[in-house]
Design a protein around this ligand. Structure first.
Ligand code: X2X
Length: 342
């Protein structure tokens, strides 16, 4: 895209940039030598997850529209390490792009776990309204302070469900003393402790084997993940707890991002945010249809009444504690979307 950079002495107006951006998209193949960038995009989900399917198409579109100048190489399925390790590599610049749950990112950016507050989001409409609105903007602002760049549209992981090898989880009482894997994040540990469970932090890269060897008896994830990572092979019961909504921020290393010419950034953000919206549709559809699929593979499903779980969190002081941690401003943004959390 350097072929369309305006000489520095002619200031680029916003309008000019937009017009040129459009022209460049229409006719990208202007012959002129340009700097080439090959950036790594790492993530923790199998190739069959919609995140990787949409990311692959996105990378192809970016390569095409930059006339081959920005090549994105995808490393799926924890090929480059577990989440905490990939986050270090992203910060050090060894990888340039990475999708990470906001809850895990909170080890670096505390505000980024706020959407995971237990039983906060009632449905997808509320999720997208807040994450594409003021709450998401607030979180992205906090991420920017850490030196990382978060793209505008968060990708969907989904509403999380609770699986078990030993017994169905129907009431909060069933969670008492239950050995459950949670992703590495203070919010997750705090929430399952408040519910009386015995949570262990384990990166997703090790979850299948942790379940297989009975290091833990359960875990919690959206149905799409339970399906593509074949967790149904090592779990029997699935409680539709919908206890939190979780999404993946599409993150860039700050220095690597700044190296890209503005027009190249514009091509990338256009395609990555389009891909995010498509991925959201895929995941929502998948999660809605997977129950019968997983039941056919042997999983036994039950629904739960969320109220007693919520009450237990409330009486354990979970909401009050996290309200204090995030601060009034952030908490108000959350409650403005989802109502009072008490
Ligand atoms: O680690 C998990 O459970 C996963 C795949 O859902 C996340 O990335 C948070």
């Amino acid at each position: 895209m350097e072929n369309i950079v305006i000489p520095a002495r002619r200031p680029m107006t916003r309008r000019g940039a937009l017009v040129l951006g459009t022209a460049a998209l229409a006719a990208p193949a202007v012959a002129r030598a340009q700097t080439k960038f090959t950036y790594k995009f790492a993530n923790n989900v199998p190739l069959t997850h919609p995140l990787n399917i949409r990311a692959k198409a996105m990378a192809e579109a970016v390569a095409k529209d930059t006339n081959g100048a920005l090549q994105i190489k995808i490393f799926p399925n924890n090929q480059l390490g577990g989440d905490t390790d990939m986050l270090s590599q992203l910060r050090a610049g060894g990888i340039q792009f990475f999708t990470l749950s906001g809850l895990i990112l909170s080890t670096l950016v505390p505000a980024a776990s706020i959407n995971g507050i237990g039983f906060a989001f009632p449905d997808y409409a509320t999720v997208w309204k807040s994450m594409d609105g003021p709450l998401g903007a607030y979180i992205r602002g906090e991420i920017a302070k850490s030196g990382l760049v978060a793209m505008d549209k968060i990708w969907d992981n989904g509403f999380r469900q609770t699986t078990s090898a030993t017994k169905p989880i129907k009431t909060p009482q069933d969670l008492v003393g239950f050995k459950i894997r949670v992703p590495p994040s203070p919010l997750w540990t705090s929430m399952f402790k408040a519910l009386g469970a015995a949570p262990t932090s384990i990166n997703f890269a090790e979850v299948y084997s942790a379940l297989q060897t009975h290091l833990v008896d359960g875990q919690e994830n959206p149905l799409a993940i339970i399906s593509v990572a074949k967790l149904y092979e090592v779990q029997k019961y699935c409680a539709l707890t919908n206890h939190m909504w979780d999404g993946f921020w599409f993150l860039a290393n700050g220095a690597a991002w700044k190296k890209l010419p503005k027009e190249m950034q514009a091509v990338f953000t256009k395609h990555v945010d389009e891909a995010a919206l498509l991925e959201r549709g895929d995941v929502e559809k998948l999660n809605a249809g997977l129950q019968s699929d997983l039941a056919a593979k042997g999983m036994v499903f039950n629904t739960v009444d969320a109220a007693p779980f919520r009450n237990k969190l409330r009486s354990a002081g979970f909401y009050a504690e996290w309200h204090k941690k995030y601060g009034d401003a952030a908490w108000k943004l959350l409650e403005k979307s989802v109502g009072s959390l008490g």
